[in-house]
Design a protein around this ligand. Sequence first.
Ligand code: FAD
Ligand code: NAG
Ligand code: NAG
Ligand code: NAG
Ligand code: NAG
Ligand code: NAG
Ligand code: NAG
Ligand code: NAG
Ligand code: NAG
Ligand code: NAG
Ligand code: NAG
Ligand code: NAG
Length: 564
Amino acid sequence: MTRNLVAIFLVSLFTKTAVSAPSILNVSSTQWDALNVSVGGRLHAATPFALPCFSRYNNVNVSVDEAACRIIQANYTSPTFRLESFSANMQPQYETCMNTDSGCLLDSNNPGNPLATQGTSCNQGEISPYYIDVGVAADVQAAFQFAKQTGVPLSIKNTGHDYMGRTRQPNSLGIWTHSLQTMVYHSQFTPAMCDTSYRAITVGAGVTFGQVYKFADDNDSMFIGGYAQTIGASGGWMMGGGHSILAPTYGIGVDRVVEIKIVTPDGQLRTANACQNSDLFWALRGGGGGTFGIVIESTQMVEQRIPIQVINMTFTPTDENLQEFFEIAVNNSVDWAEQGWGGHINRAPPGLIYVNPRLSLDDATTSMSQITAFAQAYNGTSAIETLPSWYAFSSRFIAAEEAPVGNLLALGSRLIPKALFETAADRARIVAQLVNQTAELGFPYIGVATPIGFNYTAGTTSVTPAWRTSLWHLTAGTFWSYNSSVAEIRATLGTVHDYVHEQLTALAPDSGAYMNEGDVYESNYEDAYWGPNYQRLLAIKEKYDPDGLLDCWRCGKSLALVSP
Ligand SMILES: Cc1cc2nc3c(=O)[nH]c(=O)nc-3n(C[C@H](O)[C@H](O)[C@H](O)COP(=O)(O)OP(=O)(O)OC[C@H]3O[C@@H](n4cnc5c(N)ncnc54)[C@H](O)[C@@H]3O)c2cc1C
Ligand SMILES: *[C@@H]1O[C@H](CO)[C@@H](O)[C@H](O)[C@H]1NC(C)=O
Ligand SMILES: *[C@@H]1O[C@H](CO)[C@@H](O)[C@H](O)[C@H]1NC(C)=O
Ligand SMILES: *[C@@H]1O[C@H](CO)[C@@H](O)[C@H](O)[C@H]1NC(C)=O
Ligand SMILES: *[C@@H]1O[C@H](CO)[C@@H](O)[C@H](O)[C@H]1NC(C)=O
Ligand SMILES: *[C@@H]1O[C@H](CO)[C@@H](O)[C@H](O)[C@H]1NC(C)=O
Ligand SMILES: *[C@@H]1O[C@H](CO)[C@@H](O)[C@H](O)[C@H]1NC(C)=O
Ligand SMILES: *[C@@H]1O[C@H](CO)[C@@H](O)[C@H](O)[C@H]1NC(C)=O
Ligand SMILES: *[C@@H]1O[C@H](CO)[C@@H](O)[C@H](O)[C@H]1NC(C)=O
Ligand SMILES: *[C@@H]1O[C@H](CO)[C@@H](O)[C@H](O)[C@H]1NC(C)=O
Ligand SMILES: *[C@@H]1O[C@H](CO)[C@@H](O)[C@H](O)[C@H]1NC(C)=O
Ligand SMILES: CC(=O)N[C@H]1CO[C@H](CO)[C@@H](O)[C@@H]1O
């Protein structure tokens, strides 16, 4: 793939909705008022997140709101603060139209930097001018009806964590699921019309991991979820795959959900599970968020709360020790996976944090002895301990060490098959790749969070089968700056794209990638994200959304509409 082709892709992403743009502007105030009445007053106008800091808005002079601006500056990189705003994404590049440089950004590295605001117009970018703060399923039904009548496109936003910008479309009516806050614990949950029952928790679409980890713990349970407090438990995470550092034992999100309540584009509130709407249920477990309807709630299995072994190992990479660190991680990976370890190799600080729900503390210590000796040899740190619960782990580790937000990130990834860890020659290739990647793009972030020890029944989910045979989710990423030019943004995205395409894909050509943390311009995305499941997903998209009311970057049917 050449840079020129990447540039063409970029243009197609950045201009994808220009055609439908006039429609929302032509909706009369009478029509807006009628919609507002039908959603019980939950329709709101939206302005950009950082607008209070600017003296121009859409090229018109406005007053700076100093007090509001100070709060935004102080919390610009806070996920909990961004979570509460419809207009904020965790990666604020997706609040902007990158192609035309239309947006409203502060300096992520120094949010008080006056150079970001002085003489700059804050522009609407990709933020929908209006959104519905969904309270009940009927609000979503009204939104679909409105979209059908007016031709105004819809966009769906939950927490705004999406790394591919799929929560936004310029001039769309935004659907915000944040306020759907149900949580119900069931010691025995039987999906409607089925006969198997599960210990489970029902979570509204807006509920985050931080909330459900605590709620599950209060019910003597653990909810298997991801490494960020503010990701939604029932939104894009679950529908795109949903990895967890506990997944090696308990499966990924798509394996654990047993029922989904969803409003499909025909306006029907449906129950999807193994016994009814089972085609939709299959598609929702891997097809991706924003594609088949708007999820109101999901019910996911939970486990009995148990103690968890944790290793927190850090070191300072040097020319002398880098290769050895990767060799230890790679050489031990198959054994560690078989013993039930999951975790991540982390960038800041460099090192690894792994958890194990199956071993005793003694066995955990023995299993990690080589990496502990390494830490000691190179003046690093290694602490192995038992935490009483997953909630205790999340409160301490996830809260402190989740990936930073508020920055402008180009990301890509590849699932690395277990088979590559099984011969010395292939292990050496992985190690060489990691050393190379560290030199090119910095110390890598690696999710050791595939369902490798989970007893999966083939064909039950629509994620790429590569998840089932991989040990690592290897990511590559780099950042740009608030004042980067369009050309610099393209170059940054191009660097990551090229690295993923030319290097990581070459390392594992028959594997796949995680759609929620993939390269925005993944060359062979149908195969990478879905493999043999792609054609059936397209057919299900056609069945439930024949008019294409739901469209976003690489969402089911729209793949064909927007790809070059
Ligand atoms: C800091 C950080 C840490 C992360 N850690 C992990 C991790 O540990 N494990 C992991 O697997 N992933 C992780 N991710 C990726 C994460 O899974 C995706 O960003 C995911 O899409 C987030 O889903 P959401 O619903 O919270 O966010 P959103 O960005 O709001 O939504 C994501 C997508 O789902 C759609 N969507 C959301 N809600 C609904 C709904 N109710 N109905 C229909 N469509 C909906 C949206 O339109 C969008 O396409 C991380 C991301 C970040 C930024
Ligand atoms: C919207 O209005 C503009 C004029 O303001 C007109 O040119 C355009 O055709 C209208 N579009 C639709 C979809 O009605
Ligand atoms: C919708 O109605 C509510 C309550 O009446 C009101 O507060 C809100 O401003 C209205 N929204 C719009 C966009 O007019
Ligand atoms: C907008 O503000 C700028 C800078 O303060 C000023 O020069 C300009 O005259 C103002 N424009 C209008 C229309 O008030
Ligand atoms: C936002 O910043 C202010 C300081 O200006 C602080 O008091 C407040 O707690 C922060 N809020 C969040 C949600 O981080
Ligand atoms: C070892 O690390 C500590 C801090 O963790 C530091 O104070 C000390 O100087 C380091 N020693 C060497 C030899 O690098
Ligand atoms: C992990 O270890 C490092 C180094 O000792 C320490 O700074 C960090 O706080 C630890 N993380 C947690 C969440 O305890
Ligand atoms: C990793 O394994 C290879 C053989 O596959 C061996 O040559 C190498 O020394 C091992 N590395 C470490 C640090 O143990
Ligand atoms: C990384 O590998 C690529 C492809 O082999 C090579 O072109 C590049 O020079 C390497 N980078 C470093 C820093 O070794
Ligand atoms: C795995 O699941 C299958 C099908 O549900 C079942 O027959 C088998 O016994 C399970 N294996 C284990 C090890 O649990
Ligand atoms: C971008 O912003 C940084 C930090 O404010 C500044 O040092 C740099 O000069 C700016 N670059 C351009 C091209 O404006
Ligand atoms: C059945 C049960 O014990 N449910 C509890 C789950 O946790 C919540 C939050 O603490 C309690 O309110 C429920 O009673």
